[in-house]
Each structure stands twice: as C-alpha cells, then as structure tokens.
Design a protein around this ligand. Sequence first.
Ligand SMILES: *[C@@H]1O[C@H](CO)[C@@H](O)[C@H](O)[C@H]1NC(C)=O
Ligand SMILES: *[C@@H]1O[C@H](CO)[C@@H](O)[C@H](O)[C@H]1NC(C)=O
Ligand SMILES: *[C@@H]1O[C@H](CO)[C@@H](O)[C@H](O)[C@H]1NC(C)=O
Length: 380
Amino acid sequence: MASKTCILNFLALLSIFLPLTQSLHFNFPAVFNFGDSNSDTGNLVAAGIESIRPPYGEIHFQIPSGRYCDGRLIIDFLMDAMELPFLNAYLESVGAPNFRKGCNFAAAGSTILPATATSVCPFSFGIQVNQFLQFKARALELLAKGKKFNKYIPAENYFEKGLYMFDIGQNDLAGAFYSKTFDQIVASIPNILVEFETGIKKLHDQGARNFWIHNTGPLGCLTQNVLKFGTDPSKLDELGCVSAHNQAAKLFNLQLHGFTKKLQGQHSDSNITYVDIYTIKSNLIANYSRYGFEQPIMACCGYGGPPLNYDRRIVCGQTKVLDGTSVTAQACNDSTEYVNWDGIHYSEAANQHISSQILTGKFSDPPFADKMPFLLNLKF
Ligand SMILES: *[C@@H]1O[C@H](CO)[C@@H](O)[C@H](O)[C@H]1NC(C)=O
Ligand SMILES: *[C@@H]1O[C@H](CO)[C@@H](O)[C@H](O)[C@H]1NC(C)=O
Ligand SMILES: *[C@@H]1O[C@H](CO)[C@@H](O)[C@H](O)[C@H]1NC(C)=O
C-alpha cells in the first residue's frame, strides 16, 4: 500500500514536471507550417472558398475557428507544448492577426502537386511556399522600416531558428483513388516527392534549417474512404480500413522517409526530423479502446447512423433536403468517444492523443527522446 502511494505521488510529481521539461527542449522562437486540413487553422475559410459551421469547434473554441475539427488540431497541441501561441492563418485579414511567433500556410484540400481545375483548393504546396517567400520578404521590408512592426512579425533570425513543419500528401493520394488505379497511384509517388523536394529546397535556400516532416496517416481508415471504397469486405484490412489506400500511404511514407534521409545527408547544416504519424494513427485505430475511445471509424458528426454515420451528400453541420425530407448532419453526444469527427478529419480527442505520442519523441527519426531530460525516458 505504502509503495503504491509512493509511486502515485511520484507520478503526480512527474506530471507536474513533464510539461516544463518538454518545453525546455523546444526552443524554437517561431513555427512556419505547411499542409492540408490536418493543420489548416483558417486559410481555406479566410480565402472564401469554403465555410465551416457549428458544431465545428464546439468542444474548444465554441466557434468553428477555421479548423476542420470539433476543437484543436495536432499543430495546436504542438504549439502548446512549445509554449507558443496558436498559429494564425496567412490569409486571415480580420482581427489584427499576429505573426510574431510564426505563420500557417496550410490549407484544407491542398495537395503537393499543383492544383488543377477540379482541385478543392488552389493553395498547393508550391503556392504555400511562394506565400512564405512573400511573407518573409514583406516581413524583412517592414523590419527595415523600424521597430513599429516588431510586435506583429518575426524577428529576422526567427526565419533561421524557427521550426518548419509539414503535413501534406494525403490529398494527392486520396484524391487519386477517384480516377486512377492503384498501380498508377503508386507510380506517381516519385513525381509527388520531386515537387515536395522543390519546395523544401526553396525554403532551405531562404535559410530554413529546422524541418519536421509528418508522414501521411492511414487514409483507408477515414470514414469517407471506407464508405466509398470498402463496401466489399475483401477490400478491407485487419483494422477494417481500405487496404489499397493504406498500402498507398505506406509506400508514400517509405519514399518520404528515404527522401528525408537523403536531404539530411545533403544538408549537414540542417536538422531534418521525420515523424511517423501513420504508426501513431493506426495504433490508435487498432487499439482504440485502450486509449479510451469507443468508435475507431464511425464519424461523430454526420448523417446516416451506424455503422459509419456518413453520407457524402451532406457535410457536418449542414441541413439539406434528402430524399424529400429535411435532415441535419449533427454531432454525436460525446465527441471524445470518437476517433473520427466528420468522416474525413480526426476529433480533438484523437488529435490530443496523437500529439502526446509525437511528443514522446519515439515516433521520430531521429528520435528526440534521447535529447529529452531523463524523466521522459523512465518506463513503468
Ligand atoms: C540541430 O540540432 C542540434 C542538437 O539539438 C543543435 O545543436 C543544432 O544547433 C541544430 N542545428 C540547427 C541548424 O539548428
Ligand atoms: C495494438 O496494440 C498491440 C499491443 O500493444 C500492438 O502489438 C499492435 O501493434 C497495435 N496495433 C497497431 C496497428 O499498432
Ligand atoms: C444523446 O443523448 C440524448 C439525451 O441524453 C439521448 O436521448 C440520445 O439517444 C443520445 N444519442 C446518442 C446517439 O447516443
């Protein structure tokens, strides 16, 4: 009994120190983020391309907040861990957005490959990188004019000392499944990575030195893909996810990982970290109940009820006449029981779990746990 209390006290003590020790490790003055809806904090909405209505944002911001989630995204939790404020979207113009600690160029629906006439989002990776170049040039211009703007834009050396984060590629693969065969998709991966490399090189040329590259998640586990491509049970894998999508994601990640190694070899002046989001997300979906979830694949906010509660004709929060009746795609009672929020995006509860896994450093290459203070390495 006494020893149990002692361990519990120790754990309580540990939990007091953990946030502190983590933030000590991350001393990036700013973050510049590039990606899709997994990390969009308001660009697509600010651009006027889509609107998001309640119940988006309900669990944390109480308003939709430009995020495709009921609350915070992985990037929000990571910013918290770095003791930095949430990132403003580059395209946000109202409310005096502050870019002192960084800027977010991620836009929902974006791809690495250039957008086409049928793309959801025109802000593909190359455009996001160009937006960054414009942002940096403009910031330096303003800094040269005196101190007046210092509160709102990064200091000059933040561009070198800052962290550049990437979470993009999911839409290149997921979108391709509507018009291409599996073999064609796999064959296109090297082209996608050439485009990615072009953008990363531009950023490096501009002085970026710290890179965190998230790989892509198990796309085949997204409710939308299970509904569209998984009606035949023989197409599902052991997680109940579409195998072809997950296979494509794994092959993409393998090449992305190789690319990050190559890049690190070419740039000894930089730190390039590959973060294995796929393993974290697939573990969450496979072992959901262990992590306190009840639904690994069914959408919380949607229409149609079990087993998927998703109907692609009506998005979360929308009211529409379907088959002669007016219906609303509503949220479930408790989104913290669901891994999936709206059929395409993870819930805040899932994002929080994923972020805490990222922050262990164990899913990174190189892992960063070894650079962490000793407390984090303790095993129970
Ligand atoms: C890379 O990381 C190492 C160890 O954390 C650090 O000493 C070094 O300054 C970093 N390099 C750059 C370019 O930031
Ligand atoms: C689920 O948990 C078990 C036990 O820890 C582990 O062996 C397995 O790899 C996990 N599943 C996935 C897909 O990560
Ligand atoms: C949500 O809660 C209400 C009231 O407690 C209950 O009537 C309803 O059945 C619940 N819905 C679901 C999907 O659990």
